[in-house]
Design a protein. Structure first.
Length: 159
C-alpha cells in the first residue's frame, strides 16, 4: 500500500511542463481533489483484472484508440470462503466483480475490514487501459484508493 500525497500546485506545475503522462492525469486530479479536502489517499494494489474484461466494458464502454480513465466508486468486499485465500478481497463496482486486492495487501486489510466494517468498505476507483489500436490492444484494469481516514478507522480498537 502506498500513501499518495499531492503537494499544493504539483498538478498544475507538472501539466505545464508536460511532466505527467496522459494516463496519469485523471489520477492526479483525484489526488488534487482529495488534497483540497485535506485527505491523503492510500493506493491498494489490485490483480486479476484480465478475468473481468466484460464487466469493464459494461462500466466504461468499449475499447477505443485512447483507452479509458473512468472514475468509479468501488467496494472492497472480503471473501473469507475463497478456497485459495481466506483473506481474499474482491473489488466490485456497481455490483460487478472487476478485480481482487493483491494477496499481501489483502492479508493486512481483510481482518481489519471484517472486524471494523462488517466485511466491506467503499473506495475510490479509476478504470484505466482499454485501448485498441492497429498495433496494440490493452486490457482494462482498475486503480483503487482508500482515504487516510479510512485506514485510521480500520486500525482503531473496537469501542
Amino acid at each position: 500500500m502506498r500513501v499518495m500525497r499531492l503537494v499544493d500546485g504539483m498538478l498544475d506545475a507538472a501539466l505545464a511542463f508536460g511532466a505527467v503522462p496522459i494516463r496519469d492525469i485523471e489520477a492526479l486530479t483525484i489526488f488534487s481533489e482529495a488534497a483540497a479536502d485535506g485527505v491523503d489517499l492510500v493506493e491498494i494494489a489490485t490483480k486479476g483484472s484480465s478475468f473481468h474484461q466484460d464487466a469493464y466494458v459494461k462500466l466504461a464502454g468499449p475499447k477505443d484508440e485512447n483507452g479509458k480513465q473512468t472514475r468509479v466508486g468501488t467496494t472492497l468486499r472480503c471473501d473469507p470462503s475463497n478456497k485459495f485465500d481466506c483473506n481474499a478481497i474482491d473489488v466490485e463496482c456497481m455490483g460487478l466483480n472487476i478485480a481482487k486486492i493483491e494477496r499481501a495487501d489483502a492479508a493486512i486489510l481483510s481482518p481489519l475490514v471484517q472486524t471494523h466494517c462488517g466485511g466491506a468498505i467503499e473506495g475510490r476507483g479509476l478504470i484505466v487501459g482499454g485501448w485498441k489500436r492497429e498495433e496494440s490492444e490493452g486490457y482494462f484494469g482498475v486503480r483503487v484508493w482508500l482515504t487516510s481516514q479510512d485506514m485510521k478507522r480500520l486500525q482503531r480498537p473496537l469501542d
